[in-house]
Design a protein around this ligand. Structure first.
Ligand code: SF4
Length: 275
């Protein structure tokens, strides 16, 4: 099985029990999708949802928003920040009220405030085009899992293959949920992740930890205790052969174990677990 196949298969299987429900996830109306995408930029989805509900109720199509005044839009936008987004959305509604999404498909980036991400969201969610929406969460997941420096290039080259036999919308929603619930930007929940054996980042971190542990005092202490549990009255010379570390290091660790009451050293020669 290819790595891309495993990535897709496991993500989809994870999503069966972990999909977040939002009203816009059932719509293919490009206006609703545009509204949501603009509102949710730099805003948590639950908070964005409240504003989205308010806006969609008041402006169910671009024409209603186009008729509204700038002041009215800004008043409704209040609390979301980045007012320029509201102004650009208003300008976009004026263009769309005279044309339509279909007439500008696929070049949605001609609309004010629509960049590459929002354009791809419209292509995927409204038109089911085979595109992966690339926000920072999605790029992070690809970069970590595949261990790549340029996730954008990787996605552009592989999205057709990744989206084979699957609605792009579904895959994009799964990526969003996974990035928000598991592969978070800070402190990813790797222990809960189904990719622990395949994720490049996880494997690297594990190897680094193992290397740091190798030869560490902790590892040597563990080895000494194990050897003393399995054997009685161990001679210093035989312990040295088993542990294989510098004499000074071994001496210091034994001293520490003795001071902690873990072991007893008789006549500086025979070592055993303290009674
Ligand atoms: S193992 Fe960790 S870093 Fe890798 S995909 Fe899962 S959560 Fe992200």
């Amino acid at each position: 099985m290819s790595k891309q196949y495993i990535f897709k298969k496991k993500l989809l299987s994870w999503s069966t029990k972990n999909t977040r429900e939002y009203s816009w996830r059932n719509t293919q109306d490009p206006w609703k999708i545009l509204l949501l995408e603009v509102i949710s930029q730099q805003t948590q989805l639950d908070r964005a949802n409240k504003y989205y509900q308010k806006f969609i109720k008041k402006f169910p199509s671009p024409s209603e928003m186009a008729k509204a005044s700038k002041k009215e839009i800004l008043k409704m936008w209040s609390g979301l920040g980045y007012n320029s987004r509201a102004i650009r959305l208003h300008e976009a509604s004026k263009i769309l009220s005279k044309s339509s999404f279909d007439s500008i498909y696929p070049d949605f980036d001609v609309l004010p405030g629509v960049g590459e991400y929002t354009k791809n969201a419209l292509l995927s969610f409204a038109y089911n085009d085979k595109v992966i929406t690339q926000d920072t969460n999605v790029l992070r997941i690809f970069s970590r899992f595949f261990g790549i420096e340029d996730p954008q290039k990787f996605i552009n080259e592989n999205q057709k293959n990744l989206l084979k036999n699957i609605r792009s919308r579904k895959f994009n929603e799964v990526l969003m949920d996974f990035g928000s619930e598991i592969c978070k930007s800070k402190n990813p929940s790797c222990s809960l992740c189904m990719f622990d054996n395949e994720c490049k980042k996880f494997i690297q971190v594990k190897q680094t930890r193992q290397q740091a542990f190798k030869g560490s005092n902790r590892e040597i202490r563990g080895k000494i205790i194990k050897h003393l549990i399995d054997n009685n009255n161990v001679e210093m010379s035989s312990l040295k052969m088993v542990i294989k570390t510098e004499d000074n290091k071994l001496k210091n660790i034994l001293k520490k174990l003795e001071s902690e009451g873990m072991i007893t050293i008789k006549n500086k020669k025979l070592i055993e677990i303290s009674t």
